[in-house]
Design a binder for this molecule. Structure first.
Ligand code: PAF
Length: 281
């Protein structure tokens, strides 16, 4: 895997790759890679010839008091993992490379989709995400880009940005990768103590309870959310932020729940904010 740190060098690589008629797949990440990210690379390899993985902890998407400073960073380990997984380029720009003026005067804001669910608790977060993803799209000029389903709201927003702003990019959303006991993989799991790690399993258990309620015939969003909330509220180590049933594209709460709708949960386990979701089957 070649490590590239500047936009100019990435553009050179991209121009050469495109000139050779090779397809570029982009996997945007904030590093601290885990098996979930590596499976995004596997998916990208099925759709593209050259895989660019970006590693950039984007300050724009962190609010005051959030974990920007302590977010795990280990570029050497990331490079090793990517080399073993067929990635071609590790694009790891400095903050000044992405934000040469320190800040942006133009940003991408999608209030209807970005101010609900996580957006209610993280004002400005999705504006930061969309803005950096739009920049990465313009820097890497990929044919396709792969994101994880765990970030359901992010995936919906990026799909909508690509459609509304006419990016010529296929957005692929890959399934959530879980630990053997069901915990969704996340770089933030590294913050959890052993006891918190056990409490965090309540998120997955809550999603299972929602699926069971749906299978038993419950079709009101409130009824399904209540089944999940009951599990979370019974776990003292979890402080719930939201439990909602939504359409995974519009993020609106449906009148009646159908197969394909999503149950999304967010909460704190200790000081660590975790999210998860499940598409009802
Ligand atoms: O999902 C993430 O890790 C980030 O939100 C992303 C898409 C890399 C943008 O910074």
């Amino acid at each position: 895997v070649i490590t590239i740190g500047t936009v100019a060098k990435l553009r050179e690589y991209v121009a050469g790759t495109r000139a050779d008629g090779r397809r570029i797949g982009l996997v945007p990440t904030m590093g601290a890679l885990h098996e979930g990210h590596l499976q995004l690379c596997d998916v990208a390899r099925r759709h593209a010839d050259a895989i660019v993985v970006s590693v950039f902890v984007n300050p724009l998407q962190f609010g005051p008091g959030e974990d920007f400073d302590r977010y795990p960073r280990d570029l050497e380990r990331d490079a090793r993992l990517l080399a073993g997984r067929g990635a071609t380029v590790l694009f790891a720009p400095d903050r000044s490379e992405v934000y040469p003026d320190g800040a942006v005067a133009v940003s991408v804001h999608a209030p209807a989709l970005g101010d609900v669910l996580c957006g209610r608790f993280r004002p400005g977060h999705f504006e930061g995400v969309l803005t950096v993803v739009a920049k990465l799209f313009n820097m890497a000029r990929p044919h396709c880009a792969v994101f994880g389903r765990k970030d359901l709201q992010q995936a919906a927003l990026i799909r909508r940005m690509v459609s509304d702003l006419n990016f010529d990019i296929d957005v692929i959303v890959a399934p959530t990768v879980r630990e053997a006991d069901g915990l969704a993989m996340s770089s933030r799991n590294a913050y959890l103590s052993a006891a918190e790690r056990r409490s965090a399993l309540a998120l997955h258990a809550a999603l299972n309870a929602a699926e069971q309620a749906f299978m038993a015939g419950e079709n009101s969003p409130a009824g399904i959310a209540a089944a999940a909330a009951a599990i979370l509220e019974a776990e003292p180590g979890v402080t719930v932020q939201y439990v909602e049933v939504v359409d995974p594209e519009s993020l609106l709460v449906p009148r009646r729940v159908e197969r394909g709708h999503a149950v999304a949960v967010a909460g704190y386990v200790g000081k660590t904010r975790l999210i998860d979701n499940h598409i009802l089957e």
